[in-house]
Design a protein around this ligand. Structure first.
Ligand SMILES: [Zn+2]
Length: 309
């Protein structure tokens, strides 16, 4: 083997192993019968198939219950493979706890495999309203999404707190107020003390206030949800953790964001001064994407509060 050939072979192998490493999809055990896929805290890419968020897997006597369905068919197939790799049984239900793309665009795939889809009514409304907009934004980032069909819940939950038992496992789907998206809800497993918070909690990375987010009710929702005696927090993004980290990286941030921007808006300080006076919050600087999101969060929260004065 000549030197150049050997070099190319080694380089090629390195690329293959890097690529397969980057595309590894797996789940970790959270508690007995409960698992989570923890997505990367980067943006959506063709390789991660839009799965840059967390997804839950609950083992029940009837089969798997998934917490959210991933961004489209390709992502859904990866999630299905993860579930069947843990235990080969059908996926009988998907519970959507939000309406951002990677929480529900896999519904159609799972529905066609026989799963029943559950969601809170306001999430369903947001999903239907934002479907086209989400596809337009996402297709350039995740080409695998092409052709995805809209599928919203078969079982639309009407109450702010809904108790469900699927395959002997007790669950509660709770809505505490609009947060990252209108209708964001959480799934609470009282026996296992596991809380899937969806996008109400971001860990390891800075949360994002979008034009359709409501930071005021998001903060209130966090405080209400905080009453649950949860031992395991599966956040919307970031590693599985506990209340201590959730408070430090989401709860405290939302509280400060709303308090500071309310004070600025009451003084009609103007958005430029509100942002520049608050651009440096050292206790949150370790969070990934702080530099790209923090000022944007201040800006949007201030403008929303000023408009409501
Ligand atoms: Zn998200």
């Amino acid at each position: 083997m000549n030197k150049l050939y050997r070099y190319l072979l080694v380089a090629g192998l390195a690329v293959i192993s890097f690529a397969s490493q980057a595309m590894e999809f797996s789940a970790q055990k959270v508690a007995d019968g409960v698992y989570a896929y923890v997505g990367p805290i980067t943006d959506r890419t063709p390789e991660n198939l839009g799965l840059n968020n967390n997804i839950g897997f609950i083992d029940t006597a009837d089969g798997w219950v998934l917490v959210d369905s991933g961004a489209g068919d390709a992502a859904a197939k990866k999630l299905e493979a993860i579930a069947k790799g843990i235990k080969n049984q059908p996926i009988v239900a998907v519970i959507n706890i939000g309406s951002q793309d990677h929480r529900w665009l896999g519904n159609d795939y799972f529905s066609k495999q026989g799963a029943k889809i559950y969601a809170f009514k306001k999430s369903v409304k947001t999903q239907a309203k934002m479907f086209n907009q989400q596809l337009d934004r996402l297709l350039p980032k995740v080409p695998a999404l092409k052709g995805v069909q809209m599928k919203t819940a078969d079982v639309v939950l009407e109450e702010a707190s809904n108790s469900l038992t699927i395959g002997g496992v007790e669950m509660q789907l709770n809505y505490y107020g609009d947060a990252h998206f209108p209708g964001d809800s959480v799934l609470w497993l009282p026996q296992q003390k596991v809380l899937f918070t969806g996008d109400i909690v971001y860990l390891d990375r800075m949360l994002g206030v979008h034009p359709w987010s409501n930071p005021v009710t998001w903060n209130e929702a966090y405080q209400q949800m905080r009453q649950l005696p949860s031992e395991y927090i599966v956040p919307g993004h970031g590693k599985v953790s506990d209340w201590k980290q959730a408070d430090a990286e989401t709860g405290d941030y939302l509280k400060k964001l709303v308090e500071k921007m309310t004070a600025q808006a009451e003084d009609f300080a103007g958005v430029n001064s509100a942002v520049s006076e608050n651009s440096d919050w050292p206790e949150f600087k370790h969070l990934e994407h702080y530099d790209s999101w923090h000022k944007q969060n201040l800006n949007r929260t201030y403008l929303k509060l000023e408009a409501s004065m």
